[in-house]
Design a protein around this ligand. Structure first.
Ligand SMILES: [Fe+2]
Length: 264
């Protein structure tokens, strides 16, 4: 099973060369599914959603997506308050909180952007309950995907985490989740989440990727995405960074699943 995590595409601030490079690089990978953890656009404009959708369709593989804070309109106050996900629902996915169960893969995507929070995110009690109820032991890989970070990267240690991340992660650990995917930070990072949050009782892998194709790079780090390859009880993570006009693998880690979760 080979998955790709792309995030923070930020159409409206995209770099056309990187977009083309991303498309070409993904075409060269034998991908089963693309996971998109939000901020597809800069300002939730129709043209920006359409451009993001066009890129995703051009990969030619199924994809699963959640919205990010930039996918809510910032400057249209009434729309933001009353129908914040209108554009996302119309142009990306009518279901902003997808639950996928296919070919041994389970993905629960949650929408964590809120109209009343500027750029931070929140997971609420209903969403936590959903984490606790949807995952099944039969799946080969259980993935929870949100836009806002559930752990801090070494590159940007001061960033605000998803409000409610602790409750969400405890529910995920109890539900046997394997990987928690997030974005927003615009840097690539991975973590054993039980080390970032003691008491979880399960070693889950936190995966964060950089902005896939926008000019909004942070901490001096280039655009990136992550390939997750599951074979048996091993998960190989390859982070591919934009460098010298193409994407190339800059880091590679392998995790192994045991009774209490995943170990690097
Ligand atoms: Fe974001």
């Amino acid at each position: 099973m080979r998955l790709v995590h792309v995030t923070d595409l930020h159409f409206g601030a995209e770099d056309p060369d990187v977009v083309a490079g991303l498309r070409a690089d993904l075409a060269g990978q034998d991908i089963d599914r693309v996971l998109v953890s939000g901020d597809l656009t800069m300002r939730a404009r129709t043209g920006q959603f359409r451009a993001a959708r066009t890129l995703l369709e051009s990969i030619g593989r199924p994809w699963t997506s959640v919205p990010g804070n930039h996918d809510l309109p910032l400057d249209r106050v009434l729309t933001r308050a009353l129908r914040p996900l209108d554009g996302y629902r119309r142009f990306v996915d009518a279901q902003p909180q997808p639950m996928l169960h296919a070919d041994g893969l389970q993905v629960l995507g949650l929408s964590t952007a809120r109209p009343y929070l500027w750029k931070n995110g929140r997971v609420d009690a209903g969403q936590v309950a959903r984490i606790g109820s949807v995952f099944t032991a039969a799946a080969r890989l259980r993935v929870l995907m949100v836009h806002h970070p559930v752990f801090r990267s070494a590159q940007r240690p001061g960033l605000t985490l998803l409000h409610g991340a602790g409750r969400a992660l405890r529910a995920a650990a109890r539900a046997g989740v394997d990987v928690v995917i997030c974005g927003h930070d615009h840097v690539a990072a991975q973590a054993d989440l039980s080390l970032t949050r003691p008491g979880l009782g399960r070693h889950m892998i936190g995966v964060m990727s950089g902005t896939a194709c926008s000019r909004r790079v942070r901490a001096g780090e280039s655009q990136s995405y992550t390939v997750l390859e599951l074979s048996g009880e091993r998960l190989r993570l390859r982070v591919r960074h934009w460098r010298g006009g193409r994407f190339e693998t800059r880091s590679e880690t392998e995790w192994r699943r045991t009774a209490d979760g995943w170990h690097a």
